[in-house]
Design a binder for this molecule. Sequence first.
Ligand code: 5GP
Ligand code: MN
Length: 335
Amino acid sequence: MENLNQLKNLLSTPKDIVIFSHRNPDGDALGSSLGLAHFLLAQHHSVKIILPSEYPNYLNWMVGVEDIVIYDLIPEHAKLVIEKADIFFCLDFNSLDRIDKCGDLMMKQSAPKVVIDHHLFPENFADFILSDTTASSTSELIFDFIHLLDQSKYLVPATADALYVGIVSDTGSFLYNTSSKVFRITATLLDRGVDDVSIQNRLHNNLEIKQLKIIGHCLNKRLEILEEYATALVTITKEDYAEFDIQRGDTEGIVNMLMRIQNIKVAVLITEQPTIVKLSMRSKGDFSVQEIATKHFKGGGHKNASGAASFIGLKSTVRKFKELLPLYAEQLSQN
Ligand code: 5GP
Ligand code: MN
């Protein structure tokens, strides 16, 4: 990070700090935000996390979630918090549209802005940027940031737990995006007291029966294999949402599950939500779903995990996606 000393100076006296993370926050959005928040709170800063939309239930046990401000629920309060901030941190996203209206509200403020993120192609809106697209997770970068500041004595247990959640989440429990560095950081977090088995149990062995039935329905009735393009596709309609009482977070993990099918190179989950259609994509190896998300749906993410919103309805979105595949036939048919 350039100008690190300037940021160190800013953080050397107590400040009002706002941390933003992205809409539909996942384990890394929450893990990096809470990890940084507890680290800053330990240094007597005043810290508020603001998220555009609610976090999924499976993360509701994390220390400090009850203090998170959800813009969708209390926009006026969020606005006041934003106007009071001395410093903004933007975690696990790098384009302002990922925080909806909060982006405009933040950009109206002159307070310095810090981006810590691992997504491709960062927008240039911040004063301080720690961007590493090779990092497993933003949580890994928060760990780096704490060490860059030379403040590992404030890596408190709540920070260690939160960063562990973020790393587990963005590596699919150490299945992908791993590196020797990820394992070294994880070992340090365990040395700091993280109970890995208990956290993994909370994250993975905690499904409601209803959630398993949703997965069952999706795999049984909504799965299409487009063999020619080594692609697996699940589509969830708004009728499915109603019939199975599908809530935020209930569909997480389905797209990763599709990657477990033999010979599949691309997996896509397309969900019909109240105002948008959401695409969630995964790939293996060199095939970039980031390119599909960015070029054709104005979304983004990583080479092997990307997402986007579509505004043309479910059927047209599915058709559009399928019509794109022939463009990539050569790459997808290679063994
Ligand atoms: P997921 O499929 O788990 O929702 O997201 C996979 C990756 O794509 C994440 O890194 C996420 O930040 C990114 N992503 C998901 N949805 C969008 C979107 O609508 N726009 C952009 N730019 N990135 C997205
Ligand atoms: Mn992430």
